[in-house]
Design a protein. Sequence first.
Length: 208
Amino acid sequence: MLPSDLKPELFNGYPPEARRLVLEYLPAFKRLPLAFLSGLLREIIDYDFRFPAERKALERELSTLSSLSADETKEWFQGFAEIPLSPKLEQFDWVNAPAQFVEQLSAHLWSTHQLDSFRKAAIAYAEDSAQIIFGSATGNVVADQILRSLRAQPDGVGLDAAEQHALFGGHCTAAELRAAHDLLAELGLAETVTQPTGGRPRTITFLC
């Protein structure tokens, strides 16, 4: 099944507020690539249990996506649309199990050497959406941008220091990144870890 095949009754198993949200924006969902929509549904299915600030950010995102014209939608999501998925993934019950689908999608991206393409598409989406959708989730513009980009990544995939610097065109100091990491950790939104590489350690930030 593809997003264009979505019908209201497919979401009967969603919690009430999440289902209400899906039905309100269903026409917009039908225009989105599956590689992106699955991650969005992973956020929506837990809507009833999210903090008010997270709910508002998600609502702003959905409202903006719904307002995009056909040409704007194509431009924003071209990178995701160009990622081929296997028939097995398309046949998976990604509506009711979006988190499990995203795990399988991540494995598919690794095995088909498409993870870099997905990351580029996710970063481009985060840059395009930026303040238009999210406003400020943390009160810190660096932390907000990192958080947006992390939420667009496949499940369990983080961003290393070089990728985070790239989000800001290199115009972000190490001190600003550390402050953003500390704030995201304090809020329980993301954690930054150091991984040994045999050379210089690699610093990576993951969603909590």
